[in-house]
Design a protein around this ligand. Structure first.
Ligand SMILES: [Zn+2]
Length: 101
């Protein structure tokens, strides 16, 4: 840090101006690029969140097997998990069988 200060003092006014001009000319397009991409990213993220909300609307259900309340993105879920699904299926299947006998 200290070295820079000494260096600056040794520069002529013209040189300092030229350097400053160079710096801003080089920095500006990069800044715009960065700004653009950040804005773009932000927009995409917000837009995606919005679409995601609509695409993955969640529904509340109560599992037919264990009675546990659960959330699913499917409109007609009946079971909280596959285990409950097959369990309930076996149960109802058995029940029907028993009734038939
Ligand atoms: Zn369940």
């Amino acid at each position: 840090m200290g070295d820079d200060k000494i260096h600056n003092l040794e520069m002529t006014e013209e040189e300092r101006n030229r350097r400053r001009k160079n710096l801003s000319e080089k920095a500006r397009p990069k800044a715009i690029e960065w700004h653009k991409s950040e804005e773009g990213k932000k927009w995409h993220k917000e837009h995606y969140e919005e679409v995601k909300e609509k695409l993955h609307k969640k529904y509340n259900f109560k599992c037919l097997q264990c009675g546990k309340e659960f959330v699913s993105i499917q409109k007609n879920s009946k079971y909280c998990c596959n285990a409950c699904k097959s369990k309930h299926y076996r149960k109802t299947h058995k029940y029907i069988k028993v009734k038939e006998e």
